[in-house]
Design a protein around this ligand. Structure first.
Ligand code: FMN
Length: 325
């Protein structure tokens, strides 16, 4: 029942993906998700060098023989990093799939595909999804307004974005942003997606490296505990509601503050440190609205099997009885 073009493409049991998360998406998490039947994308740019990524992939390989992935976030801010070296590490270590995001992936598609690595491009608009399809990516994952991190500036939620993408694209579409349980999985499949991609929910698992203090805080959080910063300078980002994001919003409201001016508050170095130390007011920590759906800290295996069981029950129970003749 969960066989889709995405499970076929990636060689996985369930159409459940973990999107790249800077600092958080590392070998242990990717391996735990792989062993549970999904696929996790380790963030390349969490690793300072290609050699570090090489070692991280080797670590994941030592923990699982199932498919693993790597995320390449192609934001201008990461321009100084050795992306060619990252791609070499990906290819030489037999990584199954790459999630590209944050920019045009064309420079890397040919090399990756020639080596048999599948490319799933993550974007936030249908026009970018169509562009990625024309460039030859294997699948697209499309992030709605609900998502953690960068939802773009159009504010189109998944309920509208996903079915439009699914009807306009020929390649498989993965639904992303706001998914956290079996209900979301069924909804995504009903909307025409062939899988889901989750960030926040996988950050709230036992294998995630997030500090326990923040895990406990997020389990208590509701769907109202994220805010969108960066709107005034055209680089919106969904983050945790805390003292830092409140200060950023206040500065934006005053007017005139640029991305550069706010870097001391919003910079990744600061939020990565907060995630490592559990400092709840330490930085602008990326967080999705789906945090309101995550009320515990399961292992990845418990989470995935629970989601699949719940999805099966919804389809074979509630939906079957609603639609019975
Ligand atoms: C802490 C954190 C860091 C993230 N960093 C990245 C990143 O570096 N690159 C990227 O493509 N997506 C990043 N994301 C976004 C996720 O891959 C995914 O698109 C998003 O979390 C989906 O929304 P959800 O959180 O509602 O599941 C990050 C998400 C979180 C929670």
């Amino acid at each position: 029942m969960f066989k889709t073009r995405i499970t076929e493409l990636l060689g996985i049991e369930y159409p459940i993906l973990q999107g790249g998360m800077r600092w958080a998406a590392r070998a242990e998490l990717a391996a735990a998700i792989a062993n549970a039947g999904g696929i996790g994308f380790m963030s390349a740019h969490t690793q300072a060098t290609a050699a570090d990524l090489d070692a991280e992939i080797a670590k994941a390989r030592s923990l699982t023989s199932k498919p693993i992935g790597v995320n390449l976030t192609l934001l201008p801010a990461n321009a100084g990093l050795d992306y060619d070296g990252y791609v070499s590490a990906i290819i030489s270590n037999g990584v199954t799939a790459v999630e590209t995001a944050g920019g045009n992936p064309s420079k890397y598609i040919e090399r990756l595909k020639a080596a048999g690595v599948k490319v799933v491009h993550k974007c936030v608009t249908v026009r970018h999804a169509l562009k990625a399809e024309s460039l030859g990516v294997d699948a697209v994952s499309i992030d709605g307004f609900e998502c953690a991190g960068h939802p773009g500036e159009d504010d189109v939620p998944g309920l509208v974005l996903i079915p439009i993408a699914a009807s306009k694209l020929r390649i498989p579409v993965v639904a992303c942003g706001g998914f956290a349980d079996g209900r979301g999985l069924v909804a995504a499949l009903a909307l025409g997606a062939e899988g889901i991609n989750m960030g926040t929910r996988f950050m709230l698992t036992r294998e995630s490296p997030l500090h326990q203090t923040l895990k406990d805080r997020f389990v208590q959080a509701t769907e109202r505990d994220t805010v969108l910063i960066g709107r005034s300078y055209g680089d919106s980002s969904r983050v945790m509601r805390n003292a830092v994001s409140a200060e950023v919003l206040a500065r934006e409201k005053q007017g005139g503050a640029t991305h550069h001016d706010l870097l001391p508050l919003i910079g990744a170095k600061r939020w990565m440190e907060a995630m490592a130390t559990g400092n709840v007011d330490g930085g602008a920590i990326p967080l999705g609205m789906s945090v309101g759906l995550a009320n515990d800290l399961p292992s990845c295996s418990e989470l995935i099997s629970r989601m699949v069981g719940e999805a099966r029950q919804i389809v074979q129970g509630r939906l079957a009885s609603i639609t019975a003749e």
